[in-house]
Design a protein around this ligand. Structure first.
Ligand code: SF4
Ligand code: MG
Length: 321
């Protein structure tokens, strides 16, 4: 349904020449009703990928297609119609809602802009329905965001995304800003809504445990590339890429802003994306690096059906088995 092909995004370096390679030749597919988890450290290109998928930004090269329609070529009304079908839910429910607008008014406005829900009374009904769908009472329509808890605010965010009847939700760290105690509730709500409404999700997180909980397939990203891709169980339980192994072994951190690079003391810092290492971008931190890794960038290869890995050593091991 949603397909990204060879997506590349470069930004000019602030106050210098040269470019940051935020995203490097990323190709992904999302099937009907499927959840694709995207996991990696802060700065790996996850959020850039999300912005390209919802067309908040244009790629430097590559394409995004929704049901065969190339979104990258669309403008104006045609773009708006397609974009409605992919909604984004942000990490921070505090900053994504207008503090001076009551919840009901926020939702009615979305319906009005998209000409959904019929007349004023129809929209009123639809607002109540949406609030109920996300487990909130209709009486919450009269509240302002500051009168709600973090979990309630994120539920309102979900209701707002669902108001336009999308087929794909892009969830960028949707529970990371919430109290630990409400994270499971929101995760369960997302799973139930997906199954009930037949939605497809792209679930972006630095937290392997969250990705494991919700995903059918997982893409592991490092320095703007997909380094491992496949069904969640083989990828996360028996990873082939040394970076995935390190990520799965790292202690989870509750807030991505506070996240330390994985095993920073053991295998060094994340390299500067404006100045990525030659060869395999992971080689300065990789415990298995060999000479070839310093010279040649490994392609993402399917080592077995539905499990692709970008690593020289993993590829050689798979061939010799
Ligand atoms: Fe490590 Fe080499 Fe594999 Fe890169 S290609 S992950 S450096 S073993
Ligand atoms: Mg991010």
């Amino acid at each position: 349904m949603l397909r990204a092909t060879n997506l590349t995004k470069q930004y000019p370096v602030r106050g210098g020449d040269g470019v940051v390679h935020a995203l490097n030749d990323v190709s992904l597919e999302l099937g009907d009703g499927e959840t694709l988890g995207i996991v990696g450290e802060s700065g790996c290109g996850k959020s850039t990928l999300a912005k390209l998928l919802v067309r908040l930004e244009d790629p430097t090269s590559g394409r995004v297609e929704l049901d065969g329609v190339d979104l990258t070529g669309l403008r104006g009304r045609a773009l708006r119609a397609q974009r409605r079908r992919i909604q984004m839910l942000f990490q921070d429910p505090y900053s994504s809602l207008n503090p001076r607008q009551r919840v009901g008014s926020t939702l009615r406005e979305v319906l009005a802009v998209h000409r959904l829900g019929g007349d004023a009374r129809g929209r009123e009904r639809r607002v109540a329905e949406l609030l109920e769908l996300v487990g909130l009472g209709a009486q919450l329509a009269d509240r302002y965001p500051h009168e709600l808890s973090g979990g309630q605010r994120q539920r309102v965010g979900i209701a707002r995304a669902l108001a336009v009847e999308p087929s794909v939700l892009l969830l960028d760290e949707p529970v990371s800003a919430l109290d630990v105690s409400v994270r499971a509730e929101i995760m369960n709500l997302l799973v139930n809504l997906r199954d009930e409404l037949g939605l497809s999700y792209v679930f972006i997180s630095h937290d392997v445990a969250m990705v494991r909980h919700i995903s059918d397939r997982v893409a592991v990203m490092y320095l703007g590339r997909v380094v491992e891709l496949g069904d969640w169980k083989p990828v996360l339980d028996s990873p082939e890429h040394p970076y995935t192994s390190a990520l799965c072994a790292a202690v989870p951190v509750p807030n991505p802003e506070l996240a330390q690079p994985i095993q920073a003391t053991v295998i060094g810092e994340v390299p500067d994306p404006a100045n990525p290492p030659a060869g395999c971008p992971f080689h300065p931190r990789c415990p298995r690096a060999e000479d070839v890794c310093r010279q040649t960038d490994p392609p993402l290869l399917e080592l077995r059906p539905r499990h692709a890995v970008a690593c020289h050593v993993a590829a050689r091991t798979a061939v010799s088995q």
